[in-house]
Design a protein. Structure first.
Length: 223
């Protein structure tokens, strides 16, 4: 998804959210790994990466390598198993109704999250892609890896495209690879986050519902 949903002449603000363990309650690559019988190994690497103990790009390559040979048909099963975080769909609904541009930037995968994002009314999605050959995952990522720096660049590019000042940018995430985009936003929200992200966030939310972020969007909208 690269085309923006049509908005009126004025954009209220820009909301940029991580996906795994933020927009979703799950980690997409772990759901895929379960079908390959390697979920435990992938979870260990994910935990280390989100805590900032491993370089994200290296960790992603290592995790995807464990999925080599998996039939691409499992991706449909994973899509069917996605669970949005409580309150997040209402948050997106309120934001878009109030003139916000909503973007998902993810270390996860387009093949899994695009459908749900479209249904939710999200304007933009930036994520990784699995390399698939002959109907099976090759164990490699196709194209550039979406790491913390790529998330920050996407945030700044969306803001420039829509003419949104920093004060009216809100970014949400949970892990170490979200640090750069939270720093670049006017309001950085750490949702049930790892310590590495909490230390750079403007707002820390520990409740179950992401609708708790709405008052912070309202506050940003009038800056």
């Amino acid at each position: 998804m690269s085309a923006a949903i049509e908005h009126g002449p004025a954009v209220t603000g820009l909301l940029v959210s991580d996906v795994d363990s933020t927009f979703l309650t799950q980690e997409v690559i772990e759901l895929v790994a379960e079908h390959a019988g390697v979920r435990d190994r992938v979870e260990e690497i994910t935990t280390a990466a989100m805590s900032g103990e491993l370089d994200f790009a290296q960790s992603l390559r290592a995790r995807v390598a464990l999925l080599e040979g998996l039939d691409e048909s499992v991706l449909a099963e994973v899509r069917a198993a996605l669970v949005p975080t409580p309150g997040v769909l209402e948050l997106v609904r309120r934001a878009t109704a109030d003139g916000w541009v909503v973007a998902l930037v993810s270390g996860g995968f387009h093949e899994v999250i695009d459908e749900l994002a479209a249904e939710a009314g999200v304007d933009h999605v930036l994520a990784n892609r699995f390399e698939i050959s002959g109907g099976r995952l090759t164990g490699r990522v196709s194209g550039p890896i979406i790491d913390g720096a790529a998330k920050r660049r996407a945030l700044t590019e969306y803001a420039a495209t829509y003419g949104v000042p920093t004060a009216r940018i809100v970014a949400m995430g949970d892990g170490a690879n979200d640090r750069e985009m939270l720093r670049a936003a006017g309001t950085g929200i750490a949702y049930r986050a790892k310590p590495a992200l909490r230390e750079v966030a403007d707002v820390v939310l520990d409740g179950e519902s992401l609708l708790a972020a709405w008052p912070h969007l309202e506050a940003a909208a009038v800056r």
